[in-house]
Design a protein. Structure first.
Length: 114
């Protein structure tokens, strides 16, 4: 029974990681499309438009970081070893820090009018 649960949680974590990768892929495609439209626009659009593209990409990246963190937590749910717990702790600190600074930058940009 425990093996079925371990296998199921492993598949669930992998599925969530795939969703995070899809979010990143779609966000990069969207940002590239919008960025190229701005790059080739005549006359040049205001800098505000470039900031909007950057902020939108940042929001999607922040969401994908949350998905990846969820997948990491799920992967260590069933009988984790101390080594797995230590790795998870480091991953949580890194991803949470990345997300914190990303969100901080987004909020600052929005306050400046972005």
């Amino acid at each position: 029974m425990i093996e079925i649960i371990k296998t199921s949680t492993s598949h669930l974590a992998s599925g969530i990681e795939i969703l995070a990768a899809i979010i990143i892929l779609l966000a990069v495609i969207e940002a590239t499309y919008r960025g190229l439209r701005l790059f080739f626009a005549r006359p040049r659009p205001p800098e505000q438009k470039t900031i909007e593209v950057r902020l939108r990409l940042g929001r999607w990246l922040s969401l994908s970081l949350e998905f990846m963190l969820a997948a990491d937590i799920i992967s260590t749910i069933i009988a984790p070893s101390w080594e797995e717990i230590a790795k998870l702790a480091v991953i949580i600190v890194l991803r949470t820090s990345l997300n914190f600074f990303l969100e901080h930058e987004i909020r600052n940009s929005e306050k400046r009018g972005g």
